[in-house]
Design a protein around this ligand. Structure first.
Ligand code: AMP
Ligand code: TRP
Length: 330
Protein backbone atom coordinates (compact mmCIF):
# COMPACT_ATOMS: atom_id res chain seq x y z
CA UNK A 1 0.00 0.00 0.00
CA UNK A 2 2.84 2.41 0.82
CA UNK A 3 5.73 3.24 -1.44
CA UNK A 4 8.59 1.10 -0.15
CA UNK A 5 11.65 2.47 1.50
CA UNK A 6 10.99 6.15 1.15
CA UNK A 7 12.62 8.55 3.57
CA UNK A 8 10.02 10.15 5.81
CA UNK A 9 10.47 13.14 8.12
CA UNK A 10 7.96 14.90 10.32
CA UNK A 11 7.93 16.99 13.45
CA UNK A 12 5.67 17.99 16.27
CA UNK A 13 6.02 20.97 18.58
CA UNK A 14 6.19 20.33 22.34
CA UNK A 15 3.45 22.83 23.10
CA UNK A 16 1.18 20.80 25.35
CA UNK A 17 -1.19 17.91 24.97
CA UNK A 18 -1.78 16.50 21.51
CA UNK A 19 -5.32 16.64 20.18
CA UNK A 20 -7.38 14.58 17.77
CA UNK A 21 -6.44 16.96 14.91
CA UNK A 22 -2.76 16.18 15.45
CA UNK A 23 -3.55 12.48 15.56
CA UNK A 24 -5.73 12.26 12.45
CA UNK A 25 -3.87 14.95 10.48
CA UNK A 26 -0.41 13.58 11.18
CA UNK A 27 0.45 11.01 13.85
CA UNK A 28 -1.84 8.22 12.70
CA UNK A 29 -0.03 8.25 9.37
CA UNK A 30 3.33 8.24 11.04
CA UNK A 31 2.79 4.90 12.72
CA UNK A 32 1.56 3.37 9.45
CA UNK A 33 4.53 4.73 7.50
CA UNK A 34 7.14 3.35 9.88
CA UNK A 35 6.35 -0.19 8.74
CA UNK A 36 7.93 0.08 5.28
CA UNK A 37 10.02 3.23 5.25
CA UNK A 38 12.99 4.96 6.88
CA UNK A 39 11.27 7.35 9.24
CA UNK A 40 12.53 10.26 11.31
CA UNK A 41 10.18 11.85 13.84
CA UNK A 42 11.32 14.90 15.69
CA UNK A 43 10.15 16.92 18.69
CA UNK A 44 10.81 20.40 17.33
CA UNK A 45 11.66 22.41 20.44
CA UNK A 46 13.47 25.20 18.57
CA UNK A 47 10.24 25.87 16.68
CA UNK A 48 8.28 25.98 19.92
CA UNK A 49 10.32 28.87 21.38
CA UNK A 50 9.17 31.25 18.63
CA UNK A 51 6.06 31.97 20.71
CA UNK A 52 6.01 32.96 24.41
CA UNK A 53 6.67 29.95 26.67
CA UNK A 54 7.83 29.06 30.17
CA UNK A 55 11.47 27.95 30.28
CA UNK A 56 10.86 26.01 33.51
CA UNK A 57 8.41 23.59 31.94
CA UNK A 58 9.98 23.21 28.49
CA UNK A 59 12.08 20.12 29.16
CA UNK A 60 9.03 18.41 30.68
CA UNK A 61 6.99 19.35 27.61
CA UNK A 62 9.63 17.86 25.31
CA UNK A 63 9.56 14.55 27.21
CA UNK A 64 5.77 14.53 27.17
CA UNK A 65 5.67 15.08 23.44
CA UNK A 66 8.07 12.16 22.98
CA UNK A 67 5.86 10.07 25.26
CA UNK A 68 2.86 10.95 23.09
CA UNK A 69 4.70 9.78 19.98
CA UNK A 70 5.39 6.42 21.58
CA UNK A 71 1.84 6.17 22.92
CA UNK A 72 0.28 6.57 19.46
CA UNK A 73 2.35 3.64 18.26
CA UNK A 74 5.75 4.84 17.07
CA UNK A 75 8.26 2.11 17.67
CA UNK A 76 11.91 3.09 18.25
CA UNK A 77 12.92 -0.22 16.66
CA UNK A 78 11.27 0.89 13.42
CA UNK A 79 11.87 4.64 13.32
CA UNK A 80 14.18 7.33 14.69
CA UNK A 81 12.63 9.52 17.39
CA UNK A 82 14.68 12.50 18.56
CA UNK A 83 14.72 16.07 19.83
CA UNK A 84 15.62 18.83 17.37
CA UNK A 85 17.86 20.91 19.66
CA UNK A 86 20.03 17.84 20.36
CA UNK A 87 21.12 17.76 16.71
CA UNK A 88 22.80 21.14 16.13
CA UNK A 89 23.06 20.57 12.37
CA UNK A 90 19.39 21.63 12.12
CA UNK A 91 20.11 25.22 13.11
CA UNK A 92 23.37 25.25 11.17
CA UNK A 93 21.70 24.25 7.90
CA UNK A 94 18.86 26.63 8.67
CA UNK A 95 21.31 29.56 8.67
CA UNK A 96 22.75 28.52 5.34
CA UNK A 97 19.27 28.11 3.80
CA UNK A 98 18.19 31.49 5.18
CA UNK A 99 20.69 33.12 2.86
CA UNK A 100 18.82 31.57 -0.08
CA UNK A 101 15.33 32.51 1.16
CA UNK A 102 13.57 35.55 -0.33
CA UNK A 103 11.99 37.59 2.50
CA UNK A 104 8.79 37.92 0.46
CA UNK A 105 8.27 34.13 0.55
CA UNK A 106 8.39 34.20 4.36
CA UNK A 107 6.14 37.21 4.73
CA UNK A 108 3.34 35.61 2.75
CA UNK A 109 3.21 32.42 4.87
CA UNK A 110 -0.26 31.98 6.36
CA UNK A 111 1.03 30.55 9.64
CA UNK A 112 3.36 33.54 10.08
CA UNK A 113 0.52 35.98 9.47
CA UNK A 114 -1.76 34.11 11.90
CA UNK A 115 0.86 33.86 14.64
CA UNK A 116 2.02 37.44 14.17
CA UNK A 117 -1.53 38.68 14.71
CA UNK A 118 -1.99 36.32 17.68
CA UNK A 119 1.26 37.43 19.38
CA UNK A 120 1.44 41.12 18.48
CA UNK A 121 3.73 41.83 21.46
CA UNK A 122 6.31 39.34 20.26
CA UNK A 123 6.72 39.33 16.50
CA UNK A 124 10.28 38.07 16.57
CA UNK A 125 12.51 37.19 13.63
CA UNK A 126 12.26 33.49 14.54
CA UNK A 127 8.53 33.55 13.90
CA UNK A 128 9.29 34.75 10.38
CA UNK A 129 12.18 32.36 9.70
CA UNK A 130 10.34 29.38 11.25
CA UNK A 131 9.77 27.76 7.82
CA UNK A 132 13.50 27.94 7.00
CA UNK A 133 14.29 25.86 10.08
CA UNK A 134 11.53 23.47 9.03
CA UNK A 135 13.11 23.21 5.57
CA UNK A 136 16.44 22.41 7.22
CA UNK A 137 14.78 19.68 9.33
CA UNK A 138 13.40 18.09 6.21
CA UNK A 139 16.35 18.50 3.83
CA UNK A 140 19.01 17.25 6.28
CA UNK A 141 17.71 13.70 5.85
CA UNK A 142 17.13 13.79 2.06
CA UNK A 143 13.43 13.32 2.79
CA UNK A 144 11.01 12.04 0.14
CA UNK A 145 7.74 12.47 2.01
CA UNK A 146 6.54 14.74 4.81
CA UNK A 147 3.37 13.51 6.54
CA UNK A 148 1.73 16.68 7.91
CA UNK A 149 -1.70 18.23 8.10
CA UNK A 150 -2.94 20.59 5.42
CA UNK A 151 -1.88 23.68 7.40
CA UNK A 152 1.79 22.79 6.82
CA UNK A 153 1.75 22.28 3.03
CA UNK A 154 2.83 25.86 2.35
CA UNK A 155 5.98 25.24 4.39
CA UNK A 156 6.77 22.05 2.49
CA UNK A 157 6.31 23.97 -0.76
CA UNK A 158 8.90 26.50 0.46
CA UNK A 159 11.21 23.60 1.31
CA UNK A 160 10.96 22.47 -2.33
CA UNK A 161 11.74 25.99 -3.53
CA UNK A 162 14.84 26.13 -1.31
CA UNK A 163 16.02 22.69 -2.42
CA UNK A 164 15.68 23.76 -6.05
CA UNK A 165 17.44 27.04 -5.43
CA UNK A 166 20.33 25.30 -3.67
CA UNK A 167 20.62 22.76 -6.48
CA UNK A 168 20.57 25.46 -9.16
CA UNK A 169 23.17 27.54 -7.36
CA UNK A 170 25.57 24.90 -6.03
CA UNK A 171 24.88 21.80 -8.12
CA UNK A 172 22.28 19.03 -7.82
CA UNK A 173 22.22 17.77 -4.22
CA UNK A 174 18.88 17.92 -2.38
CA UNK A 175 15.78 15.88 -3.16
CA UNK A 176 12.54 17.84 -3.45
CA UNK A 177 10.24 16.45 -0.74
CA UNK A 178 6.48 16.08 -1.12
CA UNK A 179 3.64 16.22 1.36
CA UNK A 180 2.17 12.85 2.31
CA UNK A 181 -1.50 13.59 2.63
CA UNK A 182 -3.55 12.59 5.63
CA UNK A 183 -6.89 10.83 5.45
CA UNK A 184 -8.38 13.76 7.33
CA UNK A 185 -6.68 16.93 6.18
CA UNK A 186 -8.23 19.19 8.76
CA UNK A 187 -10.14 18.48 11.95
CA UNK A 188 -12.19 21.52 12.91
CA UNK A 189 -12.84 23.09 16.32
CA UNK A 190 -15.78 21.63 18.27
CA UNK A 191 -17.10 25.09 19.11
CA UNK A 192 -16.09 27.16 16.07
CA UNK A 193 -16.17 24.70 13.18
CA UNK A 194 -14.92 27.32 10.72
CA UNK A 195 -11.51 27.20 12.48
CA UNK A 196 -9.15 24.25 12.68
CA UNK A 197 -8.95 22.38 15.98
CA UNK A 198 -6.05 23.98 17.81
CA UNK A 199 -4.80 24.16 21.39
CA UNK A 200 -4.60 27.92 21.17
CA UNK A 201 -8.40 28.20 20.85
CA UNK A 202 -8.91 26.67 24.31
CA UNK A 203 -9.52 23.21 25.79
CA UNK A 204 -13.22 22.98 24.92
CA UNK A 205 -12.46 23.41 21.22
CA UNK A 206 -10.22 20.33 21.23
CA UNK A 207 -10.37 16.67 22.07
CA UNK A 208 -7.07 15.94 23.77
CA UNK A 209 -5.61 12.46 23.32
CA UNK A 210 -5.45 12.34 27.12
CA UNK A 211 -9.03 13.37 27.83
CA UNK A 212 -10.83 10.87 30.08
CA UNK A 213 -14.12 9.35 28.80
CA UNK A 214 -16.40 11.69 30.77
CA UNK A 215 -14.60 14.76 29.38
CA UNK A 216 -14.95 13.45 25.82
CA UNK A 217 -18.69 12.84 26.35
CA UNK A 218 -19.15 16.35 27.72
CA UNK A 219 -17.17 18.05 24.94
CA UNK A 220 -19.00 16.16 22.18
CA UNK A 221 -22.36 16.90 23.82
CA UNK A 222 -21.51 20.61 23.71
CA UNK A 223 -20.10 20.57 20.18
CA UNK A 224 -21.75 22.94 17.71
CA UNK A 225 -23.57 21.18 14.87
CA UNK A 226 -24.67 24.06 12.67
CA UNK A 227 -22.65 26.25 10.29
CA UNK A 228 -19.42 27.96 11.32
CA UNK A 229 -19.36 31.63 12.29
CA UNK A 230 -19.89 34.57 9.97
CA UNK A 231 -16.17 35.16 9.33
CA UNK A 232 -14.04 33.06 7.03
CA UNK A 233 -15.05 29.82 5.40
CA UNK A 234 -18.35 28.30 6.49
CA UNK A 235 -17.91 24.74 7.67
CA UNK A 236 -20.68 22.73 9.25
CA UNK A 237 -19.98 21.46 12.76
CA UNK A 238 -22.22 18.48 12.04
CA UNK A 239 -20.11 17.59 8.98
CA UNK A 240 -16.96 17.79 11.11
CA UNK A 241 -18.44 15.41 13.70
CA UNK A 242 -19.65 13.01 11.03
CA UNK A 243 -16.22 13.03 9.38
CA UNK A 244 -14.67 12.11 12.73
CA UNK A 245 -17.04 9.19 13.03
CA UNK A 246 -16.33 8.06 9.49
CA UNK A 247 -12.60 7.97 10.00
CA UNK A 248 -12.66 6.42 13.48
CA UNK A 249 -15.41 3.82 13.23
CA UNK A 250 -15.06 0.49 11.45
CA UNK A 251 -18.80 -0.04 11.06
CA UNK A 252 -19.22 0.52 7.29
CA UNK A 253 -23.01 0.04 7.03
CA UNK A 254 -23.59 2.42 9.94
CA UNK A 255 -21.28 5.03 8.40
CA UNK A 256 -23.23 4.84 5.16
CA UNK A 257 -26.55 5.13 6.95
CA UNK A 258 -25.45 8.16 8.99
CA UNK A 259 -24.06 9.85 5.89
CA UNK A 260 -27.42 9.39 4.15
CA UNK A 261 -29.24 10.80 7.16
CA UNK A 262 -26.87 13.77 7.22
CA UNK A 263 -27.32 14.45 3.50
CA UNK A 264 -31.07 14.37 3.94
CA UNK A 265 -30.79 16.79 6.89
CA UNK A 266 -32.15 14.09 9.21
CA UNK A 267 -29.17 13.19 11.38
CA UNK A 268 -30.41 12.89 14.98
CA UNK A 269 -27.65 14.44 17.05
CA UNK A 270 -29.11 13.31 20.37
CA UNK A 271 -28.41 9.73 19.26
CA UNK A 272 -25.38 10.33 17.07
CA UNK A 273 -23.32 12.32 19.58
CA UNK A 274 -23.11 9.60 22.30
CA UNK A 275 -22.26 7.09 19.58
CA UNK A 276 -19.44 9.33 18.34
CA UNK A 277 -18.17 9.87 21.90
CA UNK A 278 -18.05 6.10 22.48
CA UNK A 279 -16.18 5.58 19.22
CA UNK A 280 -13.57 8.20 20.15
CA UNK A 281 -13.19 6.75 23.64
CA UNK A 282 -12.57 3.30 22.15
CA UNK A 283 -9.85 4.61 19.83
CA UNK A 284 -8.13 6.59 22.61
CA UNK A 285 -8.26 3.83 25.24
CA UNK A 286 -5.19 1.85 24.05
CA UNK A 287 -3.25 5.08 23.41
CA UNK A 288 -3.93 6.30 26.95
CA UNK A 289 -3.08 2.91 28.44
CA UNK A 290 0.26 2.79 26.61
CA UNK A 291 1.05 6.34 27.67
CA UNK A 292 0.34 5.56 31.34
CA UNK A 293 2.61 2.54 31.18
CA UNK A 294 5.48 4.37 29.46
CA UNK A 295 5.23 7.27 31.92
CA UNK A 296 6.42 4.88 34.63
CA UNK A 297 9.70 4.29 32.75
CA UNK A 298 11.39 7.69 32.33
CA UNK A 299 14.84 6.14 31.90
CA UNK A 300 13.68 4.10 28.97
CA UNK A 301 12.34 7.24 27.32
CA UNK A 302 15.66 9.06 27.85
CA UNK A 303 17.50 6.18 26.27
CA UNK A 304 15.21 6.14 23.23
CA UNK A 305 15.83 9.86 22.68
CA UNK A 306 19.60 9.54 23.06
CA UNK A 307 19.70 6.64 20.61
CA UNK A 308 17.52 8.65 18.23
CA UNK A 309 19.83 11.64 18.54
CA UNK A 310 22.88 9.55 17.67
CA UNK A 311 21.23 7.94 14.65
CA UNK A 312 19.90 11.25 13.34
CA UNK A 313 23.16 13.06 13.92
CA UNK A 314 25.19 10.61 11.86
CA UNK A 315 23.13 11.48 8.79
CA UNK A 316 22.79 15.17 9.57
CA UNK A 317 26.55 15.57 9.95
CA UNK A 318 27.19 13.99 6.58
CA UNK A 319 24.65 16.25 4.86
CA UNK A 320 26.14 19.32 6.48
CA UNK A 321 29.67 18.33 5.43
CA UNK A 322 28.46 17.91 1.84
CA UNK A 323 26.60 21.21 1.94
CA UNK A 324 29.55 23.18 3.35
CA UNK A 325 31.80 21.71 0.74
CA UNK A 326 29.41 22.78 -2.02
CA UNK A 327 28.96 26.33 -0.72
CA UNK A 328 32.71 26.81 -0.36
CA UNK A 329 33.00 26.69 3.45
CA UNK A 330 34.55 23.27 3.89
P1 AMP B 1 1.46 21.19 15.77
O1 AMP B 1 0.73 20.84 17.02
O2 AMP B 1 1.03 22.50 15.21
O3 AMP B 1 2.93 21.01 15.89
O4 AMP B 1 0.97 20.14 14.67
C1 AMP B 1 1.45 18.83 14.57
C2 AMP B 1 0.85 18.16 13.33
O5 AMP B 1 -0.58 18.07 13.44
C3 AMP B 1 1.10 18.91 12.02
O6 AMP B 1 1.41 17.99 11.00
C4 AMP B 1 -0.19 19.60 11.73
O7 AMP B 1 -0.40 19.78 10.35
C5 AMP B 1 -1.21 18.62 12.30
N1 AMP B 1 -2.44 19.32 12.73
C6 AMP B 1 -2.54 20.25 13.71
N2 AMP B 1 -3.82 20.66 13.89
C7 AMP B 1 -4.57 19.95 12.98
C8 AMP B 1 -5.97 19.89 12.67
N3 AMP B 1 -6.85 20.61 13.33
N4 AMP B 1 -6.37 19.04 11.69
C9 AMP B 1 -5.47 18.27 11.03
N5 AMP B 1 -4.14 18.26 11.29
C10 AMP B 1 -3.68 19.09 12.25
N1 TRP C 1 5.77 23.25 11.64
C1 TRP C 1 5.26 21.96 12.02
C2 TRP C 1 3.94 22.15 12.78
O1 TRP C 1 3.67 23.18 13.33
C3 TRP C 1 6.24 21.20 12.86
C4 TRP C 1 7.49 20.90 12.12
C5 TRP C 1 8.72 21.44 12.30
C6 TRP C 1 7.64 19.97 11.06
N2 TRP C 1 9.62 20.92 11.46
C7 TRP C 1 9.01 20.02 10.67
C8 TRP C 1 6.75 19.13 10.40
C9 TRP C 1 9.48 19.25 9.61
C10 TRP C 1 7.25 18.35 9.36
C11 TRP C 1 8.60 18.40 8.96
O2 TRP C 1 3.19 21.24 12.85
Amino acid sequence: MFPREKIIFSGVQPTGELHLGNYLGALKNWSALQEHNRCFFCVVDYHAITIPYQAKVMSKRVLEAALDLLAVGLDPEKCVIFVQSQVPEHTELSWILSTLTPLGELERMTQYKDKASEHRQNINAGLLTYPVLMAADILLYQTDLVPVGEDQTQHVELTRILARKFNNTFGEYFKEPKVYEATVARVMSLLEPNKKMSKSLGPNHCLSLNDPPEVIRRKIAKAVTDEGGPNGERVSGGRNLLNLFKVLSEDKPLKKELEEQYQAGELKYAEFKPLLADTIIKVLEPIQARRAELATKPQELQKILLDGRDKARLIAQKTLRDVKERIGLA
